[in-house]
Ligand binder design. Structure first.
Ligand code: ADP
Ligand code: MG
Length: 358
């Protein structure tokens, strides 16, 4: 999907910070969620994800910066004026109400006709595939089904934005992946703007149009999934997303400020760079899958000694050491390593997967 610059921003954070007793929970965060877009904030526990969601919901206020909802300053809007749907990890269903009543709940205070309410609830039950479960109570449902009820309830009010905080966190891995895939398909049908947070990378990759990586209260990278993997920009995002090796290298020359010649391990190769990239020392993110095995003596290769090897099914992971003592994590397709001599390897790089990081 192309960058959605032509669409309206539903939520915009502009240099937003939030402090809790002297320590920054959110620091100078700026980004927008556009109409119809699914944005996922991905980061470890404590990185500030929930704090950002609570600001959109209106449960807490920023200490500095501006939060815009539909281009209006959120500071002037009470939580119930915000037209927001919310889904949390613990579902928060009403145990004494059945599925139908739970989904209807958010519509009580809207001035809607009885028929409109009924049609809306039916539509939502059908969207999440629970039409046949309308009379069940939450304790008669599986975790995945409860999560679907919570989603139907949040969407029934036709919110301007849907907020989801670790919505699949209580499900086991297989169920989480299935629900994430379903969430993606539902989003394609409903088209509501979504701001979703998770610490689970697989979940993020399945659902998101754009992924933002959070670290210690800051947004360290934000882009479409492929792009953020190809060019994570920050050391933290590179390590967090792909366990990338962060290595010292040299920028030998810069061409037209968009491409650079790099020297590393006796290899020289070209990669994309940002405008203003100086020559001299740099750091590269080299993901474990950016290596390939080549025959000994290949001029575009370097030798490594293998210290550890772990069979992971489709791929085999190597902990290697270069001649000058740099440790590298390398993942090769198991098919590729079948009969190779595994105490020493000759490696070259897949250049398009290597990037400069700060
Ligand atoms: P995440 O959702 O990414 O796990 P949070 O937004 O919950 O992170 O928290 C960010 C930081 O702010 C953490 O260090 C957390 O301990 C702190 N924090 C969150 N809520 C409060 C609070 N009510 N009082 C004090 N500190 C808080
Ligand atoms: Mg949280």
């Amino acid at each position: 999907m192309m960058a959605p610059i032509h669409r309206d921003a539903i939520v915009s954070f502009e240099s937003v910070s939030k402090e809790y007793s002297g320590s920054l929970a959110v620091e100078d965060v700026s980004f927008s969620v556009y109409e119809g877009e699914f944005v996922t904030l991905l980061g470890p526990s404590g990185s500030g994800k929930t704090t950002l969601l609570k600001m959109v919901a209106g449960f807490i206020k920023a200490d500095s910066g501006t939060l815009l909802l539909d281009r209006r300053n959120a500071a002037s809007l009470e939580p119930r004026q915000r037209d927001i749907g919310m889904v949390f990890q613990d579902y928060a269903l009403f145990p004494h109400m059945n599925v139908y009543e739970n989904v209807r709940y958010g519509l009580r205070f809207r001035k809607l006709s009885r028929d409109t309410v009924r049609d809306r609830v039916e539509e939502m039950l059908s969207l999440v595939g629970l039409s046949d479960y309308r009379d069940r109570k939450p304790n008669q449902l599986s975790g995945g089904q409860m999560q679907r009820v919570a989603l139907a309830r949040a969407l029934a009010i036709q919110p301007r934005i849907l907020l989801m905080d670790e919505p699949l966190g209580a499900l086991d891995r297989e169920m989480r992946i299935r629900m994430a895939e379903e969430l993606r398909r539902m989003h394609e049908r409903v088209g509501v703007a979504v701001l979703h947070v998770t610490h689970d990378q697989e979940e993020a990759l399945i659902v998101a149009d754009r992924i933002g990586v959070m670290h210690q209260g800051g947004l360290v990278a934000m882009d479409e999934p492929r792009e953020i993997f190809r060019n994570p920009k920050s050391v933290f995002a590179a390590r967090f997303l792909s366990r990338a090796n962060i290595v010292d290298a040299a920028v030998l020359q810069v061409y037209d400020s968009v491409s650079a010649a790099i020297g590393w391990q006796g290899l020289s190769f070209h990669i994309d760079c940002s405008p203003g990239q100086p020559t001299g020392d740099c750091r590269l993110a080299v993901p474990p899958w950016a290596f390939k095995i080549v025959p000994a003596g290949n001029p575009n290769a370097f030798a490594v000694r293998v210290r550890e090897m772990t069979f992971l099914g489709e791929v085999t992971q190597f902990l290697c050491e270069t001649a000058d003592g740099v440790e590298l994590l390398v993942r090769l397709s198991t098919a590729e390593v079948h009969e190779a001599s595994l105490s020493a390897l000759y490696l070259s790089l897949v250049e398009g997967l290597v990037s400069i990081v700060k």
